[in-house]
Ligand binder design. Structure first.
Ligand code: URA
Length: 235
């Protein structure tokens, strides 16, 4: 891969800026200054330093974001703050997009990636990727309500697939669904004449929201987490 492309792919600079950095002696490959922007590097093996910083090359980027309320799960929006606005510019430049959506007032785990095919598979109904949410509701849920939620409710011409509900108290619990209809959980509770008062996604497939991330904070997924994500669409 060309050196300037590799540097630009990390989001730190544009390809033109990468070329300038190379020409001005700010790039080293395996300890030696390289002055040719088209120099061929192996991103997996070569040790590349850019302005004194060691470059860790990732073919794709995967971010775990603890989405706060008040931001929309979009890449851009003329009116609203988006989840991308929570990331630094070098990440913003990497073509990341949210893998699925959380409502503006829903918090919690959102994965952002630039791996389009993987994201497509993870969101495909074919793979039944499970999503677990913590919720609170306006009115207590009865046993019959829980049974209805678990066996499927009509959310306006569509009957939801089976879910799993684990209550903590009468108005608070976890629900795990394996599909992702628009406003699904809110609509499921509305079908029981109740109302969701708080919603937070705590897991997505094998990925569990990192407790150490405050609302609005993010981190890269670990290698193991990325492998686990890939595995859930290979089965
Ligand atoms: N269900 C909802 O109602 N909202 C979300 O953001 C996610 C699931």
């Amino acid at each position: 891969m060309r050196l300037d492309k590799m540097l630009a792919d990390t989001g730190r600079c544009t390809r033109k800026e990468a070329g300038k950095a190379v020409l001005s002696g700010n790039v080293k490959v395996n300890g030696l200054e390289v002055k040719d922007r088209s120099y061929n590097v192996d991103p997996e093996k070569d040790d590349v330093m850019f302005c004194g910083e060691r470059i860790v090359y990732r073919r794709f980027t995967y971010i775990m974001l603890n989405k706060p309320q008040g931001v929309v799960s979009a890449t851009n929006d003329p009116m609203e703050r988006t989840v991308l606005d929570l990331l630094p510019s070098e990440l913003k430049r990497q073509g990341l997009f949210p893998c699925g959506r959380l409502d503006k007032n829903t918090e919690g785990l959102l994965i952002l990636t630039n791996n389009g095919p993987l994201s497509h598979f993870l969101l495909s109904p074919k793979f039944h990727v499970q999503k677990r949410y913590y919720f609170t509701v306006e009115r207590p849920l009865s046993l019959s309500d829980i049974q209805k939620l678990e066996s499927g409710v009509d959310i306006g011409g569509y009957v939801t697939m089976p879910s799993k509900v684990d209550m903590i108290s009468e108005q608070e619990g976890y629900i795990t669904i394996s599909e992702g209809k628009y406003h699904q959980i809110k609509l499921m509770l509305a079908a029981l004449l109740n109302r969701v008062t708080f919603l937070k996604r705590v897991s997505f497939g094998p990925i569990i929201l990192d407790q150490g991330l405050e609302c609005g904070e993010y981190r890269h997924l670990t290698k193991d987490e990325v492998s686990a994500l890939n595995e859930c669409v290979l089965k």
